[in-house]
Design a protein around this ligand. Structure first.
Ligand code: TXA
Ligand code: MG
Length: 347
């Protein structure tokens, strides 16, 4: 299959009329797959009301069939078509954080394709903020089911070129709207229980959720490696470059020691680091990948997946990574790094 690429300036006005977005929307209505930018990562979209269309997502990604998809909408009326009911807590969260990087798990309506929910009675709903995503959903006129647009297991794409690497020849087209903003995926929260529960930390922080709801709970599996995660996707190995990743706790000295020891063994070594620390590895590591600056963890979130993907352009034996405080956006960063390192469950 020929994969078309449309470059779209997200700051241009009247995006629904854009020829590329119009053509991409036609592909969605015809049951084909389109990758598109969101404010978190690039998504791989299909008509959420068509089982045949949604099946193609699982094939293109090599995604396990028990891992449900998030449904993306562009207005609040669409939420009522996709949800069987909207719990009070979900409504509060939608008002506070939509459009934006928050996915709420709610009871699913019958109209939703069974392949979207992977057989669950609930569905994840998200209204993205990115203007290209919103224009595509509106122009298509249907809710769009979309996981991140990477091959299953790889780091999520934050640029159209990452999508191209993984999906060229597998999908109808890519809307290239430049780099995604937040860099890590949406926060997934379950609103069907008494206490709202974070299933996956992401772009909306725990602190922001608690400012709206008071206390929120965490899926025990986020801390306890033996517990079964409530978000099926959280049990899989993910975000992993080809070479093994090891997280180094402590500070710069510990990271330098780890790299030095591996070099002494004759290994080819990559290091995932920050602008503050990169110089220390200049004559030490074989490949240095900078995620962002420790002074502003939002930049680390933005650059994290690109930094991880870069390692695959080299033949490395091992990658050592800095670690970050697991607060604010740092909670999502450390969750993704732990998965990349295979230090989470079932790896
Ligand atoms: O930022 C994002 O959320 C991106 C962009 C494209 O919107 N999408 C994304 O989708 O990250 P995906 O499929 O890569 O991750 C969705 C996660 C998976 O862990 C999945 O298991 C979980 O959400 N999930 C989806 N529906 C669920 C449900 N009904 N119950 C529990 N977990 C669910
Ligand atoms: Mg994903």
């Amino acid at each position: 299959m020929l994969t078309k690429i449309w470059r779209v300036d997200p700051t241009a006005g009247n995006l629904e009329e854009n020829a590329g977005i119009q053509e991409a929307a036609t592909y969605i209505r015809d049951g084909e797959l389109i990758a598109f930018p969101t404010e978190t990562v690039y998504g791989l979209g299909a008509n959420a009301l068509s089982d045949n269309a949604v099946k193609k997502i699982y094939e293109a990604k090599g995604r396990p069939s028990d891992n449900p998809l998030i449904v993306h909408i562009s207005d609040f009326q669409q939420a009522e078509r996709v949800a069987r009911s909207i719990p009070d807590a979900a409504e509060k969260l939608m008002k506070a954080f939509w459009p934006g990087p928050l996915t709420v798990i709610v009871p699913a309506a019958d109209a939703v394709a069974k392949t979207v929910t992977a057989g669950l009675k609930t569905v994840g709903l998200r209204m993205p903020k990115h203007p290209v995503a919103r224009a595509l959903i509106s122009a298509a006129g249907v809710p769009i089911a979309a996981p991140s647009a990477n091959l299953s297991g790889k780091p999520s794409p934050t640029e159209a070129s990452h999508v191209y690497e993984d999906m060229n020849g597998r999908i109808a087209g890519i809307l290239d709207g430049g780099p995604a903003g937040v860099g890590v995926e949406s926060t997934v929260v379950d609103t069907t229980q008494d206490l709202v529960t974070i299933l996956r930390p992401g772009g909306v922080t725990r602190e922001q959720l608690e400012a709206v709801l008071g206390k929120v709970a965490s899926d025990p599996a986020l801390k306890d490696k033996k517990a079964q995660p409530k978000a099926p996707g959280m049990k899989y190995r993910h975000y992993s470059p080809k070479a093994p990743v090891e997280l180094v706790t402590g500070g710069l000295q510990e990271l330098k020691q780890a790299v030095t020891r591996a070099k002494e063994k004759g290994l080819t070594v990559g290091v995932l680091t920050t602008t503050e620390n990169a110089n220390a590895f200049q004559n030490l590591a074989d490949v240095i990948s900078i995620a962002g600056t420790r002074a502003d963890l939002a930049t680390v979130a933005q650059g994290l997946f690109h930094a991880l993907r870069r390692f695959d352009h080299y033949d490395l034996d091992i990658i050592f990574s800095e670690t970050f405080p697991a607060e604010g956006i740092g909670e999502a960063i450390m969750n993704r790094l732990n998965k990349a390192a295979g230090t989470s469950r079932n790896d």
